[in-house]
Write a protein that binds this ligand. Structure first.
Ligand code: FAD
Length: 238
């Protein structure tokens, strides 16, 4: 986590992305530096309360188990992820950092292990890939190995930034937000030509994070410690 924090500081300062360690890659993945908003409009997500309790067990505020819009906050997540990893290792698991998977070992159409960039080989009866949506090299590897991959429906997102004062005045109907009011938020849901368009990730008082994983890419996301800018990601399903 410490090395990752250093790489992110360099990214924010210079704008140059380290392809192996950035807002998406490193210990805990994108989740470590996400906003930690834990609510969903879907009611088909399994046992949400169980997940909230797990986050609380590892250091999130008690409030997330009762809030309508539970929000952990980026400042807390790195500690929570570290505590989760320590629980894994204390229970006999192992975490191998800086071991980039670069090949699968296949025997009779069965995956029996992986090879890493360092030249190490890990054998296993089961291999679970949890490399996130930014690991393009893994998708290419799956394709090159003749392993079936299927695309899923994608959402097209645009990020809209408003001054927080504009949202505050629209929602609170006052020229200046008082000290006792939190930065105001909003959500937007609309049907356009039979497709749903909705605001997805409202970060009241939030900041924009450069979430690219390769040099030359432009990818942004947001989170929300107190600040003056409100980014909103609006998505349309295609
Ligand atoms: C700034 C920001 C804010 C966000 N805010 C929210 C939010 O508020 N709420 C929400 O629900 N979601 C949020 N998200 C999205 C959320 O973080 C992701 O959807 C989630 O982390 C995806 O989890 P994952 O485990 O699938 O993959 P990831 O979190 O992407 O993890 C993938 C892991 O695999 C590793 N990896 C990749 N390739 C290899 C390889 N070849 N070998 C070995 N390891 C590899 C990476 O280093 C990484 O650790 C946010 C994301 C960002 C960037």
């Amino acid at each position: 986590m410490r090395a990752r924090r250093r790489d992110l500081a360099a990214l924010n300062k210079t704008g140059i992305v380290n392809p192996e360690s950035n807002y998406c890659f490193g210990e805990g993945g994108a989740g470590t530096y996400s906003d930690g908003k834990l609510y969903t409009r879907s009611n088909k997500r399994g046992n949400i309360q169980r997940i909230l309790n797990i986050f609380r067990q590892f250091g999130a505020d008690d409030a997330i188990t009762t809030d309508a819009h539970p929000h952990i906050g980026t400042n807390k997540l790195p500690h929570i992820i570290t505590a989760m990893r320590e629980q894994v290792t204390d229970s006999g698991g192992a975490v191998h950092f800086e071991q980039k998977v670069t090949d699968f070992i296949l025997e009779k159409d069965q995956v029996t292990g992986v090879k890493t960039a360092a030249g190490d080989v890990f054998h296993a009866r089961h291999v679970i890939l949890a490399t996130g949506h930014s690991a393009r090299d893994i998708f290419e590897l799956l394709h090159a190995k003749g392993i079936l991959i299927e695309r899923k429906p994608f959402a097209l997102g645009v990020r809209v930034e408003h001054p927080q004062s504009l949202i505050d005045s629209a929602q609170y109907h006052c020229a200046v937000r008082g000290d006792h009011l939190p930065p105001a938020s909003y959500s937007l849901v609309e049907q356009v030509n039979g497709r749903g368009v909705f605001s997805f990730c409202m970060c009241p008082g939030g900041i924009i994070a450069p979430a690219a994983t390769s040099p030359g890419e432009l990818v942004v996301n947001g989170w929300s410690p107190p600040n003056a800018i409100t980014p909103t990601l609006i998505r349309a399903w295609w």
